[in-house]
Design a protein around this ligand. Sequence first.
Ligand code: FAD
Length: 477
Amino acid sequence: MTDLILFWHRRDLRIADNVGLTAARERTSKVVGIFCLDPGILDQDDVAPARVMYLIGSLAALEKRYSEVGSQLLIVKGSPDQAIPGLAKSLAATAVFFNQDVEPYAKERDRSVIEALQESGIEVQPFWDQLLHPPKQVMTNAGEPYSVFTPFWRNWKAQEKAAPLTTLADVEGLTPSEQEQAQAAGTIALPTAKDLGFEWEHELILEPGEQAAQERLEAFCDRAIQEYGEQRNFPAVPGTSQLSAALKFGTIGIRTVWSAAEDVYNRSRSDETRQNVQTWQQELCWREFYQHAMFFFPELATGPYRDPFKDFPWENDQELFQAWCEGKTGYPIVDAAMRQLNTIGWMHNRCRMIVASFLTKDLIIDWRWGEKYFMQKLMDGDLSANNGGWQWSASSGMDPKPLRIFNPASQSQKFDPEGEYIREWLPELKSLDTELLVTGKIPDDERDRCDYPRPIVDHKQRQRQFKEIYQQQRAAR
Ligand code: FAD
């Protein structure tokens, strides 16, 4: 009988360019995929409906891919340390392979699954797939993890990158009687997001699945990447890849992404284009930097990195927070961004920085409130990137620059000079002069006429107040 390996998918929902899956196929021709719907994740109160839609859609696409290559994707629901070994035992699998993750919850979960499999005498093999360079591969000369981005980037960039792996092919799946056995052991049909209690009506900005991610990458490399450096800061312009959900769930392999960018770089004769490609590659490096940080400093997941923020006297006003969540602060660029998030489950990076600065520095609300709200809404919500982004914006993270306060008016004047983005997401302000929109200096009677709120705080005054609190905190430490 041919050896059976179960390949446990988690955030690698594809069959192309997948390290652990390729290794499984190299070992045996009989490889079956498995995905576990884990209540430990799905029952948390920070799960975004848009993210569940993307996940379920990508699992449906993955099921199809497996059947195209001759095998199956099995779905189970339950605690992974019971569901995975349970199925492996009943199918007499020789091994379970999977790709590792950096998050504290995932590391703990994997430890218990490995233990349970080993107790049952089933081989288990973890691999690294989601990063070009896994943790411990990019360290300082002293062998320490980096806490500052620029030297990390230099080291990371200089290291050789692996080429994309071949797509899984010619696989043997379960026989019909084995499929019945799997069902008896608890496999289920893939539920819908609604079955799991999540409602999402809006079209997703990136279609789920491997093929859509690949097509998006190709389209981005054909055009936008070549102007990325100039265009990426303008939220009204589709100047970024919008591949974040694909990278979060691994519907595309990071080696494939990197090599597509390298191709553009190598084909280009213009220094400017090359610079733009490199700027995008640097964003991929930020993604890895934050994942390495989460791996080495898991305490980041729950608290600040820098001392002055360890017991910061956040005001945490519930009403101000509510206004921020709903996009009703009276600051047009902030409100437009929050409405974009609430409507499509995604927000442009420039705007993520603006609203995060506003929540922490203007409203003096704990960055963890904003971090959680983002997780409840973002289709690409990812612990490492989200926590890194929030700590960067709050100035509580790994960053030598101490205080970063964004002025909403100058941000809109610079990055939405025609007010296009504001008009798109705040249609009630559509008819106002651009000057009023981008400076935010909208007279009260106009605000009332448009049914748009007055500013909930005064930016200048709050920024002064924040700085004072910050200086006191620093002096106290
Ligand atoms: P592109 O500009 O095309 O970048 C390509 C890829 O690089 C992205 O898809 C993403 O995987 C990665 N990337 C880009 N910028 C960053 C960054 N600053 N940090 C880490 N990775 C980056 N990104 C998430 O993927 N999930 C999050 O939950 C998340 N939360 C954020 C919260 C805050 C407060 C901030 C300031 C940023 C956050 N980001 C997060 C980073 C960034 O905003 C998004 O990755 C980006 O907007 C996604 O759009 P894109 O795919 O078009 O990016």
